[in-house]
Design a protein around this ligand. Structure first.
Ligand SMILES: CC(C)(COP(=O)(O)OP(=O)(O)OC[C@H]1O[C@@H](n2cnc3c(N)ncnc32)[C@H](O)[C@@H]1OP(=O)(O)O)[C@@H](O)C(=O)NCCC(=O)NCCS
Length: 216
């Protein structure tokens, strides 16, 4: 009951359109999918895999949200709108995460065992984004709408595009080009000339020493 209460509160905090907890409990498909998932996950962990799958498919039929019974979902999970959401068997979702409609936490088909992503705490995955593969999305990160994330995302990052790239860390622009020193660059030609000059000097010094030796 505590878990349900805090989940309803999370919906109220995150969805400006949400009015009362009763309305959220009765009408929000994300809440229903999470409750069904708790039951399905319990059955899955007690080796009642068929029943677990039955519950998750029933939930999918009613909510349009497919969470595999094996997926591990943290506390205060908010699914806004729902519909077209797929969360794979080995996916893990931390606490206080928010996902929108059209999100996939899936696999690429190339991995075995752990195939699906792990979301840290307080991660937001925007509408239509796909996060594919067994890597971690760091705490407090935001995945932009319609991004396709194929590799690890550090904490506090904003990732956008296809394939997704990190464009902000803690709100600051990530611009690798501007951090490269384009003024104090060593000229490779000059370096080579310096090396030849010092070898020449060494040879000249040797010759001079030899010629002094032959005169003595
Ligand atoms: C990514 C997002 C969360 C914003 O995060 P943010 O950290 O505040 O990032 P910013 O808005 O500062 O944008 C960072 C850069 O990414 C770009 N960007 C933002 N969203 C993008 C997207 N979906 N696709 C491609 N680029 C995007 C911005 O134009 C900006 O580019 P710049 O570096 O050239 O200025 C937000 O844009 C987003 O996608 N929200 C979707 C929420 C959603 O699903 N709503 C559905 C409600 S029904």
């Amino acid at each position: 009951m505590t878990r349900l209460g805090e989940t309803l509160a999370a919906y109220q905090a995150r969805d400006p359109a949400a009015r009362s907890k009763l309305e959220i409990f009765l009408l929000y498909p994300g809440v229903h999918a999470t409750i069904y998932h708790r039951i399905a996950h319990f059955l899955y962990c007690h080796h009642l895999k068929f029943l677990a799958r039955f519950v998750s498919q029933w939930s999918r039929f009613w909510t349009g949200i497919e969470i595999h019974p094996g997926a591990k979902i943290g506390r205060r999970f908010v699914i806004d709108h729902g519909m077209g959401i797929v969360i794979g068997e080995t996916a893990e979702v931390g606490d206080d995460c928010l996902i929108y409609h059209g999100v996939t936490l899936g696999g690429t088909g190339k991995d075995q065992g752990k195939r699906h992503p792990t979301l840290g705490n307080n991660v937001m995955v925007s509408a239509g984004a796909k996060v594919l593969g067994p890597f971690k999305v760091g705490d407090n990160s935001r995945i932009a709408s319609n991004a396709v994330v194929l590799s690890e995302i550090p904490p506090d990052a904003t990732a956008v595009g296809v394939p997704a790239r990190v464009v902000r860390i803690a709100g600051e622009k990530v611009n690798f080009a501007s951090s490269v020193d384009q003024i104090h660059i060593t000229d490779p030609l000059q370096k080579e000339l310096q090396a030849i000059t010092s070898r020449l000097e060494f040879v000249e010094q040797l010759l001079e020493e030899q010629s002094h030796g032959s005169h003595d």
